[in-house]
Each structure stands twice: as C-alpha cells, then as structure tokens.
Write a protein that binds this ligand. Structure first.
Ligand code: FAD
Ligand code: NAI
Length: 567
C-alpha cells in the first residue's frame, strides 16, 4: 500500500516549501533514511529523508514548484504499484509504522516461560528504560540485574552526587545569607554527614524502588543475578537459561584506576567511597579534573576539606568549551580549590601525592586521595565471546543503529563507550526499541546535552567553537555575559555566560555552551531547537519569560548578529 511523501514542517514558522532538487527519480528504490529531495524555505535548504522503504512510484511536484506544509508531493509503494495523481491511498500515511509493533505484540503467546522477544542485561538508566519501553510496545520482555536496579546513575552516580551537592548548596546559602539581607549566626550551621547520607540514601531508595515498580507495572520480568552469554540467543542467569530474539546489553561501566605505586597508609577513594563518606577528610588530593573529579572536589571543598586537583591535560574539564571551563576554574579557585593542570600523577605516597609538572617531580601532602581518572565499559563475566560480539578497547562495538556485529544483539549506554551519560543510555535504549520494532532509527550524538552540577551550573550541547573551527566550519558566535541579566543578579550569581555557535550561512544552531544558574535545565530548550534544526532567527522570535536566566540565552542569540539588547 503506497505511502504519501509530504512537505514536512521544519520549524514553527515554516508554512510552505519549494522543491529544489529530487535525489530520487520515479521507479528508484528508496531505503528508509535515504534523501528524497531538497526543500527550501525562507531561511535554508533542508534534505527530506524517507521514513519508509519501497519504490518511488509517483512524483507529483516537480523541481522549482512550491507546496504547503503537509501537501503530498510523491508516493512510495511496492514495485509496479500505481496511484493516480492526487490520489490518497488508504493507510498511506508514512508514519503508519505501528504495524510491525502489533505483529510483534502478538508473538508472546507462542513463547514459553523463559523465552522472550527482548532480554535486557543490566538495570541502569539504559537497561530499565529499554525494558519498560519494550514492554509498553507489547514485546515480551525481561531484564537481568546482578546488583540493584537503577545502576550506576541512581545508586552511585548522578543522583547521589546531586543529593550531596544540594546539601552543601543549602549550607552555602545559609552562610552567605547576609548577602541577601538575612542576618544571624550562619557560622553555627554545619553539615551533619550522617543526616546528609540518610537524606541521600532515602532519595536513592525511593528512586530505585520506583524502577522495580515501573518494570512490574509494565509487565517486564526481572531476573536477579549475573547474566552471561551462552550463545547469540541465549543468556544464562544462575541455572536459568533465557532465550531471546533480541538481546540488549546495558551493563554499564566500571571505575578506572591508574597503574601507579600506591602506599597502603593513606585512604585512596573512588567516587563510590566519597559518596558514602560520613566524615570529611582534612586535605584531599583529587587525581583527574574531569567531571567526577571536579563535581566531587567542589563538594569536598564546600563540606570543609582543603582540596587540590591535579589534571593531566592543560585545562580542567577538557571536553568543555575553553572560555566556560576558564570561568569554572576561576569559581573553583575562589572556593579555595588549588588546581594544577598539565600535571601527571605518578605516585600516591603515604602522606601525599607526587606529580610531574614542567619536567619536575612535585610532592604535595594530603590526608586522603580521590582517584577520578575515568570509567571504562564493563563486560566482566558477560562471556561476550560466546555470542561472537566484537569488542574494541573494552567497549562493545555498535553502529549508528546501536546494533552490534551480531544480528539481534544491541549495546547501549556506557558499555558501548560512546557517551557516558545517563540520558544518552536511556535515549539509545528507546532507539533500540524502535529498531527492534522494525524501524530504522539512527542515534544522533550531536544533540546530546551534558551538564556539570557546580554553582553556577555548566551545560552544553553540540560542537564547541574550537571543534567547529578545527572541522573547517564557517561559524558565527554570539556571547552574552550574565551581568546583563536581571534574574542572575537577583540570584546573586551574575558572573557567567552563554555562548552560541551558529552556522554562518543559514544560522543553524550548531552548539551552545553555558555557565549560569539553571543551565542544566535551560539546555533542554537548545536540544529542542537543534532537534528541530532551528536557526538563530527562529530563536529570536521565541518569547522568553521575564525575569528568568533564560532571557540571557535569548540575548546570546541576538549577540550572534551583534545586537544583544541588554549589554
Ligand atoms: P549503569 O548505570 O552502569 O548500569 C549497568 C547495570 O548493569 C548495573 O546495575 C550493573 O550492576 C548491571 N550489570 C553489569 N553487568 C551485568 C551482568 N553481567 N548481568 C546483570 N547485570 C549486570 N551521568 C549523567 O548523565 N548525569 C550525571 O549527573 C552523572 N553523574 C555521575 C556521577 C558519578 C559519580 C558517576 C560515577 C557517573 C555519573 N554519570 C552521570 C554517568 C551515569 O551514571 C552513567 O552514564 C549511566 O549510569 C550509564 O547507564 P547504563 O545503563 O549504561 O549503565
Ligand atoms: P573523565 O574522563 O571525565 O575525566 C578523567 C580526567 O582524569 C581527565 O581529564 C584526564 O585527563 C585525567 N587524568 C587521567 N590520568 C591522569 C593522571 N595520571 N594525572 C592527572 N590526571 C589524569 O572521567 P571521570 O571524571 O572519571 O568521569 C567518568 C564519566 O562519568 C564521565 O565521562 C562522564 O560521562 C560521567 N559523569 C558525568 C557527570 C555529569 O554528567 N554531570 C558527572 C560525573 C560523571
């Protein structure tokens, strides 16, 4: 049955489009995702991809002609199928793609107790979201988790770190209350680490318990135990053999440690240990100025420890925009955190750490050490070789559809080593379910936002200015300092900035970087505009509420044209 090809809506202001060029001709085979034609609007030219597979059986609108958004311009159908001009065949909507799901949904009846349509290994944000979604789509689904549902993120990652950071933020607000005209003895307040831990543990317990309930509510079966491959369709948990048509590996990551001499006399912490501290050490050396190192250095400093960070690269937060990282470094130094960059730690001694900087070995004393030099994919005990899975540098290799080299096996989240973030793992999982349902959905890593939870927060999505220049892109940059934003001043935090990277010709938003209060929430607006392939000029038309820090984002878009209002 033929499917309509229509003029899609790119951006909310688009009402019509002109077909510039057909990339396929009548009679051509079209795969899902193939570019069908280019359409121009008042702002730019965009490629229109096919959402179905078949043959281009009829082209209704020729190059140079314009049509309204939603108008049919062609039909895709089976080879030899015909349609009349302007005909609207029954069930022809290209988005009528639920059929494979319904077909699959009917399948469970034929499956025996330990047979599934989908078996997910690992119950972190990648695995549990995949299992819930697959079950919602009517696929008989199970999930195997060897420890606690929620994975790294809920138990020893995102959530507990942010709970601890919230406690020090409250303390900080009280201590600086006089800045807001609130007087009293703020110095009498301190952290009760037992109470701080209890609060954190309660949040974790509620969330991880909630995951179990959601899985049960949606009908996904949970197996407790370690999953390991027997072959490419069979996973073993204890004595149980599980057969599955589709297997999704979501086993996450594990902590990396430097292979350097370490004295036994000094406490050597990982992020797991810091998250469980009931006493704050006097002086902590943080090895690694990446995301974990910096978030936990900030927590420890605010909780009362003397902290210094030693980072191998020439700046902390190496993946963050240079200017944003520099502002963050200034803030951290103001908190009393000492930072050594271009410095390589070579030894953990009994009373301090040794690092090489400018060709010299330097020793700095401390009472505890936090090692935060990265995480690596975890395939321990998974017996991936029994399934024939390809592994490179410890990560299960996947393509843009999250498929491994073995049919029916997918790998998502930290274990595929691409983007070690919780929301990436979950979003990849949703993509995998689409692909299991028979759609061909690619995952676009360029639009994955990230956040760092300091005060003020850091957030980013898309390319950095440095990367865009390195890639030879012609760009325009807009910057807006928070000093021109009323709400930032009201919040007592006006020393940040918003930075926009846009394509020079069409103004497409390529990347946004911010250090500002609420940055980790505000970045979602940018992810949205990038997903819609929006432009700077479209963002200028979006009315932002006053007074909010989001107005600074709007202003940064004005700054791309050199026309910010409030600076
Ligand atoms: P995981 O969450 O690691 O889950 C994998 C699960 O699989 C685990 O529960 C594990 O027990 C289980 N498992 C492993 N092997 C097997 C097996 N063979 N059989 C059965 N079960 C198995 N990301 C953010 O986006 N925002 C943040 O603020 C953030 N903060 C972080 C802070 C810290 C301190 C850390 C360490 C990480 C943080 N992350 C953050 C990263 C985030 O936690 C991970 O990217 C995310 O948890 C990855 O999800 P996942 O599902 O791939 O794996
Ligand atoms: P990371 O890769 O971000 O940082 C590790 C740092 O250690 C690097 O900057 C590296 O240069 C440095 N390093 C390595 N060897 C060193 C040496 N010998 N001496 C000094 N420095 C050295 O890894 P990190 O911080 O452990 O985090 C792991 C992952 O967890 C991150 O990639 C991130 O995706 C995720 N995460 C995300 C958070 C968020 O989204 N807010 C928070 C915390 C973690």
């Amino acid at each position: 049955m033929a499917s309509k090809v229509i003029i899609p809506k790119f951006g909310w202001m688009m009402t019509e489009g002109q077909i510039v060029k057909w990339h396929k001709q009548e009679g051509d085979f079209v795969a899902e995702g193939d570019i069908l034609f280019e359409v121009t609007t008042d702002k730019s030219i965009m490629d229109v991809e096919s959402s179905v597979e078949g043959y281009l059986i009829k082209v209704l609108v020729q190059e140079g002609d314009s049509r309204k958004v939603g108008d049919t311009v062609a039909y895709i159908g089976e080879e030899g199928e015909t349609v009349e001009d302007g005909e609207a065949p029954a069930a022809a909507e290209p988005k009528a793609e639920a059929a494979p799901a319904e077909e699959k949904a009917a399948a469970p009846a034929a499956l025996s107790e330990n047979e599934y349509e989908v078996c997910v290994i690992g119950g972190g944000p990648g695995g549990y979201v995949t299992a819930i979604k697959a079950a919602q789509e009517g696929l008989k689904t199970c999930l195997i988790e060897e420890k606690v549902l929620g994975g790294t993120c809920l138990n020893i990652g995102c959530i507990p770190t942010k709970a601890l950071l919230k406690s020090v933020e409250v303390l900080d607000t009280i201590k600086n209350a006089a800045d807001f005209g609130v007087v009293g003895d703020g110095s009498a307040f301190k952290l009760d680490m037992e109470a701080v831990q209890n609060r954190k543990n309660q949040i974790v317990k509620e969330l991880t318990g909630g995951v179990g309930m959601l899985l049960a509510k949606n009908g996904a079966t949970v197996y407790n135990g370690k999953g390991s491959f027997v072959d490419s369709n069979t996973v073993k948990v204890g004595d149980t053999l599980i057969k599955a048509k589709n297997i999704v590996v979501a086993t996450g990551s594990k902590i990396r440690m430097l292979d350097i001499p370490v004295a036994k006399e000094i406490p050597l912490y990982t992020s797991d240990d810091v998250l469980g501290l009931t006493e704050i050490p006097k002086k902590v050396a943080v090895i690694g100025g990446g995301v974990i190192g910096i978030e936990l250095a900030y927590f420890l400093a605010k909780a009362g420890a003397e902290v210094f960070v030693v980072e191998f690269m020439d700046k902390i937060l190496p993946n963050i925009d240079v200017e944003i990282a520099a502002i963050a470094e200034k803030y951290l130094k103001k908190e009393g955190i000492e930072i050594h960059t271009s410095a390589k730690v070579t030894e953990v001694a009994a009373d301090g750490i040794v690092f090489e900087k400018d060709g010299k070995a330097i020793k700095e004393s401390c009472t505890a050490v936090l090692m935060a030099v990265g995480r690596g994919p975890c395939t321990d005990g998974l017996d991936v070789e029994n399934a024939g899975l390809k592994v490179e540098k410890g990560a299960i290799v996947t393509d843009e559809y999250l498929k491994t080299n073995v049919d029916g096996i997918y790998a998502i989240g930290d274990v595929n080593g691409k983007y070690m973030l919780a929301h990436t793992a979950s979003a990849e999982g949703l993509t995998v379910v689409e692909n299991i349902l028979g759609h061909k959905e690619k995952f676009n890593y360029n639009r994955v936002p990230s956040g760092i939870y300091l005060h003020p927060e850091i957030a980013a999505v898309g390319v950095t200015e440095e990367q865009a220049v390195k890639d030879g892109k012609k760009i325009k940059v807009g910057k807006f300092p928070l000093v021109g934003n009323g709400k930032a001043k009201v919040e007592g935090c006006a020393d940040g900035m918003i930075k926009i990277i846009a394509d020079e010709q069409y103004g497409e938003v390529l990347g946004v970087h911010m250090i500002a209060p609420h940055a980790t929430d505000m970045i979602a607006e940018i992810s949205t505009i990038m997903q819609l392939e929006g432009t700077v000029d479209e963002m200028l038309k979006v009315v932002h509420p006053h007074p909010t820090v989001s107005e600074a984002v709007h202003e940064a878009f004005h700054a791309v044209h050199g026309k910010a209002i409030h600076i």
